[in-house]
Design a protein around this ligand. Structure first.
Ligand SMILES: C[S@@+](CC[C@H](N)C(=O)[O-])C[C@H]1O[C@@H](n2cnc3c(N)ncnc32)[C@H](O)[C@@H]1O
Length: 340
């Protein structure tokens, strides 16, 4: 894979806010799990992990289809994070999560992953477009992924919401550096609540990414309530939800609830899961953060209501390859189901 890079001197690469200020501030531990106290979640610890790979691959494949129509699109990222992350920064290196995600994929692509599926190749190309050739040093979060695909000429819009005091400032600073003008807006507001005022969009076409940190149990019920409300306001929007697959009843329940919601609304849905399984092999002392008993998330899912009709076939080709490269041991697997 040819990894390109942000132009030399690009402000995003020089930003003290992204690469230095975050590292200087008091950081919570990266292994707080998915239900630590509110706002201890920082996506920088997880950027480029297997869950980001799944989510961003699906996001890109869906957007690619949506931007084929000339009519403008509104994209909303209700839980945006900081926007872009350094993979060689303190946080990413501490957790080492990208090692089991984007780094493995890039190595596989460079080492001759035979015939990557178009959606996988496209994902690698988008991540690569933020990096110079070789090992990626920067990982684009969903705001930068989406913005990279949106069309200025079609007047597509991107609405970003992030509540974390530090990450919302970082996000605003990173977005300012894109110089995207009125195409992108950032607000430090509750994404679940703020979505209401945006639906239905004037464009009458929307992709909504709902990607909470699930720090608190109520996030699960908020996701389904948000979907239910959004479908009432704008039934033809495309809604993409990410969720962790962890041994908690709320996490198991969420995809079931979303299926019920979509079926009741008479809308098609697509559900993809990827589990990289347990870490069987001995830890590599050379890898940063490769601790022997690092618990970490091993599986996650994405649920999309009103997916583009091309998405299922795209994922059917890409998911087995993701598993082939990222799968580790006991419990690994992938699944794709659809309905409606
Ligand atoms: C999983 S991260 C987002 C990652 C990002 N979507 C990506 O793919 O790059 C979830 C983010 O939601 C933020 N957050 C938590 N509750 C929120 C809320 N009610 N509204 C908006 N953002 C929230 C957290 O601070 C965290 O940065």
């Amino acid at each position: 894979m040819g990894i390109r890079h942000l132009p030399r001197g690009h402000k995003a690469l020089q930003s003290p806010r992204l690469y230095e200020v975050l590292a200087q501030e008091g950081q919570p531990g990266p292994r707080g799990g998915y239900h630590p106290p509110m706002f201890s979640y920082r996506h920088a610890f997880h950027a480029g992990n297997h869950a980001d790979v799944l989510k961003h691959l699906v996001l890109i494949a869906a957007l690619r289809h949506l931007i084929q129509k000339p009519a403008p699109l509104m994209a909303v990222d209700t839980h945006a994070g900081a926007g872009i992350y350094r993979l060689d920064g303190e946080q990413a290196e501490t957790s080492g999560e990208a090692q089991d995600g984007i780094f493995k994929l890039v190595a596989a692509a460079a080492g001759g992953l035979a015939d990557p599926a178009p959606a996988l190749a496209d994902y690698l190309e988008v991540v690569g477009s933020f990096n110079r050739a070789g090992q990626p040093r920067v990982y684009p979060g969903s705001p930068f992924v989406i913005q990279r695909l949106l069309r200025a000429e079609a007047r597509d819009k991107l609405k970003l919401f992030e509540m974390h005091p530090t990450d919302s400032k970082a996000l605003a600073a990173h977005v300012a550096q894109l110089e995207a003008g009125r195409q992108v807006s950032v607000a430090r507001q509750d994404g679940f609540e703020s979505l209401k005022a945006l639906l239905p969009p004037p464009q009458r076409r929307a992709l909504v990414l709902i990607d909470p940190s699930y720090e608190i149990k109520s996030d699960y019920t908020k996701v389904s309530a948000c979907l239910q409300d959004s479908l009432k306001r704008f039934a033809t929007g495309s809604y993409l939800v990410w969720y962790p697959i962890i041994p908690r009843p709320e996490a198991h329940e969420l995809p079931r609830r979303l299926k019920t919601l979509a079926n009741q609304a008479g809308k098609p849905w697509l559900h993809a899961t990827l589990s990289i399984g347990q870490r069987d092999e001995a830890p590599d002392p050379q890898l940063p953060g490769d601790a022997p008993h690092r618990p970490g998330l091993t599986a996650s899912g994405v649920f999309m209501i009103n997916p583009p009709h091309t998405l299922k076939a795209a994922l059917a080709a890409a998911l087995p390859q993701l598993l082939q490269v990222l799968g580790r041991g006991r419990g690994k697997g992938q699944a794709l189901e659809s309905g409606g």
